[in-house]
Ligand binder design. Structure first.
Ligand code: ZN
Length: 302
């Protein structure tokens, strides 16, 4: 019997994020492993395997990048949109430890790919928008990069290189075992000014500290990212145990969350004029609203 979930959930790293830093190298990172939360998100729709895999990868990336946010109310949104590919839209977001996401795709066009799973095949010509909404300053940072490269993960690395100019390495693994799906990821960045608090030194890919850290980080194996027997702490230790100091911090556990409450939609609908709301009402006087994340229709008294 080989059932991942028989291991105590606290030990598996499932739905947890670990923050870490290697101070002397000015490097910081996050590791995440998704289990039950991932399955909850995937189960809202009847996705074919290739779409499940894509969404699992996107959710890991969302959790990794979202966990870089400092304030609870800040939000990270990952949105991939295509022109002419079978996958029309992918949206994931992270807020205060809650993740959600969905994919909109054309079943027939996907079937015609004959199993091809490259970004190019799935999206055709597309782009990836990554948006950080910061709660405290009410600022929004958005970077848009073409959906190019072998995977969404590579496209996210391009985002950090092009939009933030922060050398960043990201690795994601997805493991499907029948209907069960687990996924994990590692993100490591070089922030040369992080300790001194002065203006960022010129970040460059060939900085000796970053070369050293990125070589260590790149030695991570896909199996390690999804291995429930290897804790997140052990994973970081394996990579960086020869460094002078490695700091780790357990972040709040991840949850699957959505904001599709009656109160939320009532607030949104209250901004519409009464004649428009009247047109939206059904025979029972309620306004049906579709939540694509949850794949359910709410009927709102509004
Ligand atoms: Zn919802």
């Amino acid at each position: 019997m080989n059932d991942d979930y028989l291991i105590r959930i606290d030990d598996t790293g499932f739905d947890r994020v670990l923050a870490f830093s290697v101070p002397v190298r000015h490097a910081r990172g996050r590791v995440v492993r998704l289990g039950p939360v991932l399955e909850t998100v995937l189960s809202a729709h009847d996705y074919p395997p290739v779409i499940k895999h894509l969404l699992a990868e996107a959710l890991v990336l969302t959790a990794l990048m979202g966990a870089l946010l400092k304030e609870e109310d800040s939000q990270l949104t990952v949105q991939a949109q295509s022109e002419g590919g079978p996958v029309d839209l992918l949206v994931c977001d992270y807020r205060g430890g809650e993740v959600r996401g969905y994919v909109r795709h054309d079943e027939a066009a996907l079937a015609s790919l004959g199993g091809a799973t490259s970004l190019d095949a799935l999206f055709g010509k597309g782009y990836l928008a990554i948006t950080f909404d910061l709660a405290v300053s009410d600022e929004r940072y958005q970077g848009v990069v073409p959906l190019e490269g072998a995977s969404l993960t590579q496209a996210c690395e391009s985002y950090f290189a092009q939009s933030e100019q922060v050398p960043t390495l990201i690795r994601v693994a997805v493991r499907s075992n029948g209907p069960r799906c687990t996924a994990g990821g590692l993100l490591v960045q070089h922030l040369p000014d992080s300790e001194e608090g002065k203006d960022r030194l010129h970040a460059r890919e060939d900085h000796p500290d970053w070369e050293h850290v990125s070589i260590l980080a790149a030695s991570i194996q896909p199996e390690e990212l999804v291995d429930p027997v290897l804790t997140l702490e052990q994973m970081v230790w394996r990579l960086f145990h020869e460094e002078e100091e490695v700091r780790v911090e357990q972040l709040a556990p991840l949850e699957r969350g959505c904001r599709c409450t009656v109160a939320h939609y009532q607030a949104v609908l209250s901004r519409f004029p009464e004649d428009q709301r009247a047109e939206m009402r059904d025979d029972d006087g309620l306004i049906p609203v579709d939540c694509a994340f949850c794949s359910r229709i709410l009927r709102i008294p509004a």
